[in-house]
Design a protein around this ligand. Structure first.
Ligand SMILES: [Zn+2]
Ligand SMILES: [Zn+2]
Length: 133
């Protein structure tokens, strides 16, 4: 779907815009997402890097060795975006920080090898033990 969507962190310091075709939407169960976000699962929408722009604020950066760079708000701590080392042409954005998250539906689960056994969410969706690109 071709969309212009905006979002931001809790305190309002960071604002961003997504423009263009929203790609894959995945519930990620990996332990890095869990520990970085403090959430049980992080749902990511993937868009081309050129479709994403920061509108306000200066995001802080966390580089997880050998996997990805993650951007978050240095004031409220919200986890906003991620870029993996194996797909630098795209960026992943947290659906939870979008202004209208209810408009975006996940299409798969990834890294379900780390999925919490008692977490029941969108169980009809396909699951990938790691992540197929
Ligand atoms: Zn913030
Ligand atoms: Zn993850």
């Amino acid at each position: 779907m071709h969309e212009v969507m905006e979002g931001g962190c809790h305190c309002g310091a960071l604002r961003y815009r997504l423009e263009g075709d929203l790609g894959d939407v995945a519930h990620c169960h990996c332990s890095i997402c869990r520990r970085v976000s403090g959430g049980l699962v992080v749902t990511w929408v993937t868009v081309p890097r050129t479709a994403f722009s920061w509108l306000a604020g200066q995001p802080q950066r966390y580089v997880a060795p050998a996997s990805c760079t993650r951007w978050f708000c240095g004031r409220c701590g919200a986890h906003v975006a991620l870029q993996t080392t194996h797909s630098e042409a795209s960026i992943d954005v947290t659906v939870a920080t979008m202004d209208r998250p209810e408009q975006v539906r996940a299409n798969r689960h990834i890294w379900t090898g780390s999925r919490l056994p008692w977490l029941h969410l969108d169980e009809q969706l396909p699951s990938e033990e790691r992540e197929q690109l």
